[in-house]
Design a protein. Sequence first.
Length: 95
Amino acid sequence: MTLKKIQETVSKFFNRKEYDFEYDSKGATPSRDTIKKAVAGLTNIKEDLIIIKKIDQKYGLNKAGVKVNVYDSAEDLKKAETINKKQKKKPEEKK
């Protein structure tokens, strides 16, 4: 699995960088956590400041297009991003 940076855009209004990556993988579409770890390793940024906006894998191809936003701080992230349903309904921890 490899991650290749295609484009980088700086958004000064939101204090973030917007990246377009190409992710080569064999098999199924990679999970958001897998991509987040790969982006964190490539950009040297904490995983908490990375938001995966879109994973676009075409049928039959081993490449996926990935759109990622990387924020300068946690405050900027909270101001710009909304919380989706999956994040709101986190599964309860087993006792």
